[in-house]
Design a protein around this ligand. Structure first.
Ligand code: ATP
Length: 306
């Protein structure tokens, strides 16, 4: 549904994106996760045809965004960071205006608005001026306008920013429901949000993709950590020979003990085999544990080494 290849964009001297590449399949719900100024909004603006990249290719549903901008925009529902809502208009009048702009045939407008308003949980607020709605409800209006034309792809820029905890839960629920019918790409700097909503997280730091992982794979990729009382000959070589070990990282714990992280395969637990090996070899074991990778661990590691 989305193919982004080697995308770069600078604002003057600021390199906002540096060779970004990723692909999103139809039906996926993907979180673009990154700290402030990572380049998330820049990517979303390029995908939606509101900004030109300096280099790289972007296609949406097989169409080149740069040469088929209108056709791409017709396939996308976009919730920008600060959705331009008109406070004096009622929800109904605003959505009617968007329906016209989207060139939805007049005979269909009523139905489309009813469906979008129902999906966004706004049915009882149709007549209210947008300016009188709470921030959470204004965000729902933003989402309703994004889905009015039944887009194949929803692009949401920080959809829950500035909402209170109850509103966050509501808007997340809404996004989950919308994802049943569309591919969804949203940006966030909140880890728990990405974990709660996504199949996949693309981690962007300083304009570069630092990780792109299915969350289920992350959770199931079990590494093992072995800490010894003292440095011992042959440990690394023996661990390397273990069935299922993809690699070894030799380090030290913060209090100076030799430590080995044995990288495992998806759905594997290397601890029993390491335990047997350590007993047979009489290694002075201090600690042996599984080290399940969470998104938080990956993100923190990347953010601190960036
Ligand atoms: P945030 O989470 O804070 O919204 P972001 O990940 O969405 O950040 P971008 O808004 O894409 O990041 O910004 C990436 C970098 O580009 C930042 O350093 C930002 O200051 C810079 N930038 C973005 N827009 C402009 C602009 N119009 N002119 C100059 N610099 C810009």
């Amino acid at each position: 549904m989305i193919d982004v290849s080697d995308l770069s964009k600078s604002y003057g001297r600021i390199e906002a994106l540096r060779g970004v590449t990723f692909h999103i399949r139809p039906g996926e719900i993907v979180g673009l996760l990154g700290p402030n100024a990572a380049g998330k909004t820049t990517i979303l603006k390029i995908l939606t045809g509101y900004l030109q990249p300096d280099r790289g290719a972007v296609t949406v549903d097989g169409l080149d965004v740069l040469t088929n901008t209108r056709a791409v925009q017709a396939r996308i529902g976009y919730l920008p960071e600060n959705a331009p809502l008109y406070p004096e208009l009622s929800v109904q009048a605003y959505l009617m205006m968007i329906a016209e702009l989207r060139q939805i045939p007049e005979t269909e407008r009523g139905n489309r608005i009813s469906e979008a308003v129902y999906a966004a949980g706004l049915t009882e607020h149709l007549a209210r001026p947008i300016g009188q709605l709470s921030k959470g409800f204004r965000q729902r209006v933003g989402l309703a306008q994004a889905i009015l034309h039944k887009p194949k792809l929803l692009i949401l820029d920080e959809p829950t920013v500035g909402l209170d905890p109850t509103q966050i839960v509501e808007v997340r629920g809404l996004i989950r429901r919308l994802a049943e019918h569309s591919t969804v790409l949203f940006s966030s700097h909140i880890l728990s949000e990405v974990e709660a909503l996504c199949h996949r997280a693309i981690i962007l730091i300083n304009g570069e993709v630092k990780a792109d992982a299915r969350l289920a794979d992350l959770e199931q990729t079990a590494n093992a950590v072995l800490v010894l009382q003292a440095r011992t000959d042959g440990v690394e070589k023996a661990l390397r020979g273990l069935r299922g070990a993809r690699g070894i990282e030799a380090t030290r714990t913060s209090d100076g003990y030799p430590a080995y992280r044995v990288l495992g395969q998806i759905n594997s637990d290397l601890c029993p085999a390491i335990f047997d090996l350590a007993r047979q070899s009489q290694w002075p074991v201090r600690e042996l544990r599984r080290d399940v990778k969470t998104l938080e661990a990956v993100f923190n590691q990347l953010a601190t080494t960036a």
